[in-house]
Design a protein around this ligand. Structure first.
Ligand code: EPZ
Length: 421
């Protein structure tokens, strides 16, 4: 893996174009299996997780053509319904391919996705819903899972929690089910609406994405040619806004969907940043680097403050004037990265799902280690604002969700470079 080396203190200034969303393109790539023709996706981010998903689609028999942010997937002749174990283990979110393969091939063999740094990541809600639709699920030896469904039936499903992945898997399986499937307490994230838009372009009768109740009428006529543009990445946008807030400066984001980052902007404004929104997907931020503490922030499903921005906000608040409290309500173990922030002089006390952040005047550069994607992004933000040099090892975790992060940040004035191990 490689290391990122940052010399802190350089204010940011310039323009950053926000790429397509990782968490939108992954389920849409899975959904291309429903089209036994050619799907063309535009504005795809160039990320390791996208490459892994493309390897999985190729292993199933898809023909892939990738030119920059444009990807063509020809799924007209699948040759397998087994997901290669080493690929599924490389990216636990590969579980969202389950529903699509089941819908197209009536069976799928996949390994249980492991837990990860931020939590156990169970898939009980995915499996309970598929069983309700008539799927047979065998937990085989060695952590493999075989799911078969010759005749999926539409039904009414109530999710105990608005799980993003479970909503996506059920939507995709329901495309092949007889009758109507209703998903209540469905996730409302913009990525669900983007998946719905892709499916509608394919001719699927689906509605309600983003409202919490999604209805899918299965077995409709599927077109064999579709073009879809992936929505912008709201977490990448929020991350770069937080970086500018932390070290000070003035940057312009382009290609942003303002409504998707409303809760992020809400807290950055309360932390003292001047943020403006312009027509055409432009958002600007000005910050002098002086940050107000935030009394209490709780992460929650969309449209609440996103769990995927929690580490970045904590890194920003590490130098706030006063004490902030963050409660992580979505994942049970998403504060591990704070151990690394403490090496840089932050004063953060974690009690279960609550972090108490006492702002310090300065952070000092240190050698730290990224252990997950958004925790790694938090280390970048802290390194930009710290005095001296910070070395972030295991930078490959960050590459899973941020395109060429050192290039993007160098272009707006950060002193950051990558050194291969
Ligand atoms: C998606 O993960 C995102 N990943 C995550 O982004 C994001 O943090 C998460 O949604 C929440 O917004 C992708 O879209 C690829 P969930 P997902 O199912 O679908 C529990 C990033 O950094 N749960 O909404 O796995 C689960 O343990 C990543 O980009 C069950 O208990 O999230 C968690 O506590 C990290 N049983 C909560 O629900 C289940 O069957 C939310 O999980 C499913 C989930």
């Amino acid at each position: 893996m490689s290391n990122l080396i940052i010399t802190g203190g350089s204010r940011l200034s310039g323009i950053i174009e926000v790429p397509g969303a990782k968490n939108a393109v992954l389920p849409v790539l899975a959904a291309t299996l429903l089209n036994n023709g050619i799907s063309i996706l535009e504005n795809c981010p160039e990320l390791d997780d996208v490459l892994t998903m493309l390897e999985i689609l190729s292993a199933l028999g898809c023909k892939i053509q990738k030119k920059g942010s444009r990807i063509e997937i020809d799924a007209s002749s699948l040759t397998s319904s087994s997901i290669p174990e080493q690929l599924a283990k490389r990216m636990r979110s590969s579980i969202i391919i389950l529903g699509a393969v089941l819908a197209r091939c009536k069976e799928v063999l996949i390994c249980y996705p492991g837990g990860c740094e931020i939590g156990m990541r169970p898939i009980d809600m995915h499996l309970k819903a598929l069983k309700q639709m008539g799927a047979e699920i065998d937990g085989l030896k060695h952590g493999m899972l075989r799911v078969k469904a010759d005749n999926l039936q539409g039904c009414e499903i109530l999710l105990d929690y608005p799980s993003v992945g479970a909503t996506e898997n059920i939507m995709l399986a329901a495309c092949a089910a007889e009758g109507e499937t209703i998903i209540r307490n469905a996730a409302k994230e913009p990525e669900i609406e983007d998946l719905q838009e892709f499916l509608v372009n394919l001719g699927v009768n689906v509605a309600g994405g983003g409202t919490g109740v999604v209805r899918i009428k299965g077995r409709g006529e599927i077109k064999t040619e579709s073009v879809h543009k992936i929505i912008p990445d709201r977490i990448v946008a929020g991350t770069y806004l937080s970086a500018a807030a932390a070290v000070g400066g003035s940057i312009v984001l382009t290609g942003v969907e303002y409504d998707h980052i409303g809760s992020i902007i809400y807290y950055l404004r309360r932390a003292g940043c001047k943020i403006k929104n312009y027509a055409g997907g432009v958002v600007t931020i000005e910050s002098d680097g002086a940050i107000n503490a935030l009394d209490l922030v709780r992460t929650s499903p969309y449209p609440g403050f996103p769990t995927d921005m929690q580490p970045q906000l904590v890194a920003l608040l590490a130098r706030a004037k006063g004490t902030s409290v963050i409660v992580e309500t979505v994942f049970e173990n998403r504060f591990r990265y704070t151990e690394q922030l403490q090496k840089m002089g932050s004063d953060i006390n974690v009690q279960g799902r609550t972090a108490i952040i006492r702002g310090v005047d300065r952070l000092k550069g240190a050698s730290v280690e990224a252990r997950d994607l958004r925790g790694g992004a938090a280390l970048i933000i802290a390194g930009l604002a710290a005095e001296g040099e910070t070395t972030i090892s295991q930078a490959g975790y960050i590459d899973r969700g941020y395109e060429r992060v050192e290039n993007v940040l160098s272009k707006v004035g950060a002193k950051i470079r990558r050194v291969e191990d």
